[in-house]
Design a protein around this ligand. Structure first.
Ligand code: TYD
Length: 204
């Protein structure tokens, strides 16, 4: 049986996560790996309902309530989807995971980073991704790509997203082994070459 892997992708909205995930999935399948997709918020089943609240609820949401909802969805994602699949030798690709909480609820909303790290560990039972990509784009590019049709999180202001971006760069600075920052203002092919390089290192 092939060794399973857990890979997560992060970045501002419009950074090209979905395109890279789809290229990576095709690449892995062509090499004979089994691939499982998941996302946060909104893993299959229960997660869909949590995603709906987080992105569409239009009343007041306290910062702590928001953090706990993301964390609840994360616990479900790890227990029900990620861990079982990796144990079966699959490569699990998650669109967002622990670093989104640090970047958005921590660096951008002002939540305590150490406390959020502790809560992340509680939610994941300390299960960690083998590899994480941060697709780095400017806030300007992100806002342009998201356009006018925005969900609750996307409706924050420019300053908020600047903090998210800097938060991701800070996270990567302290965990270079796991977190790879990729300049994503370049072409899809150039970005994917780098993704492939880092993933290949994990496959050998
Ligand atoms: P995403 O699925 O990337 O949105 P879309 O489907 O529109 O591309 O992410 C949903 C939003 O949730 C995104 O703005 C980031 C935010 N988020 C957090 O604030 N904290 C978290 O822990 C996670 C997982 C996401």
């Amino acid at each position: 049986m092939k060794k399973g892997l857990f890979i997560t992708v992060e970045g501002l909205d419009g950074c090209g996560k979905s395109t890279q995930l789809s290229l990576l999935s095709d690449y892995l399948l062509s090499k004979g790996y089994e691939v499982e997709f998941t996302r946060e918020p909104g893993s299959k089943g229960l997660g869909e309902s949590v995603r709906n609240i987080l992105l569409n609820y239009d009343g007041e949401v306290s910062n702590r309530c928001e953090a706990f909802l993301f964390l609840a969805d994360r616990a479900q994602n790890i227990d029900v989807i990620v861990k079982p699949a990796v144990e079966q030798g699959k490569i699990v690709l998650s669109d967002r995971h622990i670093d989104s909480t640090l970047a958005y609820q921590g660096y951008a909303r002002g939540g305590d980073i150490e406390q959020l790290k502790y809560l992340n560990n509680l939610a994941t039972n300390s299960y960690k991704p083998d590899l994480t990509f941060v697709f780095d784009i400017s806030v300007e590019t992100s806002l342009k790509r998201v356009g006018e049709n925005k969900d609750r999180m996307e409706s924050e202001n420019r300053e908020f997203f600047e903090k998210v971006r800097q938060g991701y760069l800070e996270i990567a600075k302290h965990d270079r082994q796991r977190v790879k920052v990729i300049d994503s203002e370049t072409s899809i092919e150039t970005i994917f070459e780098q993704v492939k390089g880092f993933v290949d290192e994990k496959l050998v």
